[in-house]
Design a protein around this ligand. Structure first.
Ligand code: NI
Length: 131
């Protein structure tokens, strides 16, 4: 661990302290680490690096056409899919989480295709990193 001094304008320091409070971080150092790591992850996605991610989908399983299409699409990208978990939320609704690893552009492409399917109730891509 190395220490270094940081000079910040008052308003930027206020913003940093707000971030500490908002995310319940223990101190300013942890806030700076958090921002650097978040920025690195964003850059990895923007420059099409190999990354990890997770797609969350909520849909009605009675819509068989939607279900079939979602499965077909996932098979087209099977080399990116590490795992998928299906949970029955209630009588009609299912929640699926699909964990991915691969080039960022391909992960986004897969997410867009699944989330954009007609009838999909909710879909979100969590963009993460390999560490
Ligand atoms: Ni289900």
């Amino acid at each position: 661990m190395k220490r270094f001094g940081v000079s910040l304008e008052d308003n930027l320091l206020d913003e940093l302290d707000d971030l500490v409070k908002k995310h319940k971080l223990p101190n300013r150092s942890q806030a700076i680490r958090y921002l650097i790591r978040r920025n690195l992850t964003t850059e990895q996605w923007e420059t099409n690096q190999v990354v990890s991610g997770c797609i969350v989908l909520v849909y009605d399983h009675h819509k068989r056409d939607l279900l079939n299409k979602a499965v077909d699409i996932q098979h087209q990208y099977h080399h990116l899919v590490l795992s998928s978990q299906h949970v029955h939320l209630d009588h009609s609704n299912c929640l699926e989480t699909i964990t991915l690893k691969g080039k960022a552009k391909k992960l986004k492409e897969l997410a867009d295709r699944l989330i954009g399917l007609k009838g999909m109730k909710h879909g979100q891509l969590v963009m993460s990193t390999l560490g």
